[in-house]
Design a protein around this ligand. Structure first.
Ligand code: GDP
Length: 405
């Protein structure tokens, strides 16, 4: 259908649609679930508290000693409703205490994959209900993976975890406690981590860019992408800088590392990626790609034919491939149909020919028989005439023939 561009003569009002959507979503509030994974002591709880500027995690020393060291990887969630300028965010942080803390960490990733998939399961189950009015989205929208600041390269456990998880969750790799490394060490460490990630074909979340995007947005996305893996410093307490400012940071004899200073660490860029600019993209990618692919796999494994429209929309090569297969199948079907019609016509013709051949044969036989009969009759007549006997009707002729014998 051709699209006609028209200038409106007056104000109609649909320009207000974004405001309507905005009001509605503000009223409904937002749900966001972030998962944190990494060995204990890497600063996960501190960073979450720093990110949302709220003491979401209770101080560790308030917990009983038995709560600190689980025997296996356990999954714990902390939920909080936070509000900023009238916008409500229901934030859930999923922690995975115990990950990487044992002598044998071979299967550390397994309970985490199972947890993420069981959240998909619960969403699918809600989608399949008759009443789908109140779907609670507990799916994990982002996974902050904390890398130990060794300065070497990724460890086996890091690679194994990311390899197992990257098709199920938006991975955001983080170099923990970056203040323990020099700038040079951070730079080299980042390069080695990225090389490992590329070598193992691990997909990490990238800020998306769209066609016709303005230069500012493109520059922002590129800036964020250039910082991955984010080298962060977390602190939920205020310290005083040499010039007398009160900042969130960590004080050292040689000076203060400021959390919110982009010269000091990538915290600001991480917050931009996770909260300020791409939270909605993380939710969307989780729903449209990660969840949709999982759902397709699950339904196919259950033998249900797939409705792959959403997947095809996002994956153009799969779309082309599918269209090619459909086209070939259509051609093959047409060819088969034409062959069938042709065969049918040939058969019809053959049977018609056979029928007329039989008719001809029957007619020929009749004619032959009647000619034969005429010939014997004539011969009989001829014999009688020659023998001087009178011509009698057939009946008498038979009688006479008997007398004559
Ligand atoms: P978790 O076990 O991963 O949740 O780690 P915590 O957040 O409890 O932090 C463990 C210890 O590391 C605490 O003493 C924190 O004060 C400290 N810590 C947290 N973040 C940082 C950081 O960015 N740099 C440094 N040097 N220490 C940190």
């Amino acid at each position: 259908m051709p699209v006609i561009r028209k200038k409106l003569a007056g104000y109609v009002g649909f320009a207000n649609l974004p405001n309507q959507v905005h009001r509605k979503s503000v009223r409904k509030g937002f749900q966001f679930t972030a998962m944190v994974v990494g060995e204990s002591g890497l600063g996960k709880s501190t960073l979450i508290n720093t990110l949302f500027n709220t003491p979401l995690y209770p101080p560790k020393d308030s917990l009983p000693p038995s709560a600190e060291r689980p025997k296996t990887v356990v999954i714990e969630s902390i939920g909080a409703d936070i509000e900023e300028n009238g916008v409500r965010l229901h934030l859930t942080v999923v922690d995975t205490p115990g990950f990487g803390d044992f002598v044998n960490n071979d299967e550390s990733w397994r309970p985490i994959v199972e947890n993420i998939e069981s959240r998909f399961d619960s969403y699918l189950e809600q989608e399949n209900r008759v009443n789908r009015q109140k779907i609670v989205d507990n799916r994990v929208h982002a996974c902050l993976y904390f890398i130990q600041p060794t300065g070497h390269s990724l460890k086996q456990i890091d690679i194994e975890f990311m390899r197992r998880l990257h098709t199920r969750v938006n991975l955001i790799p983080i170099i923990a406690k970056a203040d323990t490394l020099t700038d040079e060490e951070v730079r080299d460490f980042k390069a080695r981590i990225l090389a490992d990630i590329a070598y193992h074909k691990i997909h990490i979340f990238q800020a998306p860019t769209y066609e016709n995007e303005d230069e500012e947005t493109l520059a922002e996305a590129a800036e964020i992408a250039s910082k991955i893996p984010f080298a962060v410093v977390g602190s939920d307490s205020l310290v005083e800088t040499a010039d007398g400012r009160e900042v969130r940071g960590r004080a050292y004899p040689w000076g203060v590392v400021e959390v919110d200073n982009e010269e000091h660490c990538d915290f600001v860029k991480l917050r931009q990626m996770l909260v300020r600019t791409y939270m909605e993209e993380l939710r969307e990618y989780t729903n449209d790609v990660l969840y949709e692919n999982w759902r397709t796999e699950k339904l196919l494994s259950m033998g249900v034919a797939q409705d792959s429209s959403v997947f095809r929309e996002i994956n153009p090569s799969a779309k082309i491939q599918e269209e090619r297969i459909m086209h070939e199948a259509k051609l093959a079907k047409m060819e088969a149909e034409m062959k069938m019609v042709f065969q049918q016509k040939v058969q019809e013709k053959e049977s018609k020919l056979k029928q007329s051949e039989e008719e001809l044969y029957a007619r020929h036989k009749d004619m032959k028989e009647s000619l034969e009969k005429q010939r014997t009759d004539l011969e009989e007549k001829k014999r009688r005439i020659e023998s001087g006997r009178p011509l009698t009707p057939e009946k008498n002729a038979t009688k006479n023939r008997r007398f004559l014998r």
